[in-house]
Design a protein around this ligand. Structure first.
Ligand code: XBP
Ligand code: MG
Length: 228
């Protein structure tokens, strides 16, 4: 079937954002007087739990702590989002190689562009402003983000929501992901999936991917994913 849309993940796919997320979590904990500090090793493990609030609850359970409460975690997460957006707005994180050119190329070819991400909508907008100088909806026609769905990746919900908003079936779109959870989510939605591993996901399992690409640069993309 002809390809009509590309649905992009954000964290790790459009940009290597996870170090900025980790720093924002750690700064939030320090500001709140909580003695949690997530190392790169900790965060690699914790990333298996998608969503920032879910990740904090997972850590609380892992260490057998009774606090912070779920309400407190929601407040901490709002602060983390503000800190993260500040980091991204300072221009600290560029797009990954090939992303900007691919998006231009796809748009010029009439391919419709969407986002399906676990991250919060303000984080998507902060990245778009920093790298494109405009709100995310000026780049992506459809954005499905964060808490808009009940079940985060690897559940298919966020990709199904993006497809529904596009008005397409899964055979008409391709998902672009960097993680095993993202791959499983997109596959469960019935999509073909191109994976480009990121710093935090290079040891994930990608056997089920339709394509595994070292980067999203044109020279690495198969003919089906080149439009120029
Ligand atoms: C990314 C995530 C997100 C971010 C944090 O997953 O799991 O949780 O790390 O975002 P994916 P929030 O790239 O598969 O969408 O703190 O805003 O939840
Ligand atoms: Mg990702």
């Amino acid at each position: 079937m002809t390809l009509k849309a590309i649905i992009f993940d954000v964290d790790g796919t459009l940009a290597e954002t996870e170090e900025a997320h980790r720093k924002a979590f750690n700064e939030t904990f320090a500001n709140a007087g909580i003695d949690w500090r997530w190392s790169i090793e900790d965060y690699t493990r914790l990333l298996k739990t998608t969503g920032g609030k879910e990740r904090m609850r997972r850590h609380r359970e892992d260490i057998g702590a009774g606090a912070p409460s779920d309400d407190e975690i929601a407040r901490l997460h709002a602060e983390k989002t503000a800190l993260y957006c500040g980091l991204i707005s300072s221009g600290a994180v560029p797009l990954r190689p090939g992303v900007a050119a691919w998006i231009d190329e796809a748009r010029a070819a009439g391919i419709r562009l969407a986002i399906a991400t676990t991250t919060n909508r303000p984080n998507v907008d902060a990245l778009s402003q920093a790298v494109w100088g405009c709100p995310a909806e000026e780049v992506f026609e459809v954005i499905a983000a964060g808490d808009e769905v009940g079940a985060k990746k690897p559940a298919p919900d966020v990709f199904l929501l993006a497809l529904q908003r596009l008005g397409f079936g899964p055979g008409e779109a391709v998902a672009v992901e960097d993680s095993e959870n993202g791959l499983r989510s997109a596959k469960a939605a019935g999509l073909r999936v191109a994976v480009t591993p990121s710093i935090y996901t290079r040891n994930d399992a990608f056997e089920d991917a339709d394509w595994v690409l070292p980067s999203l640069e044109r020279k690495e993309r198969p003919p089906e994913l080149s439009f120029a």
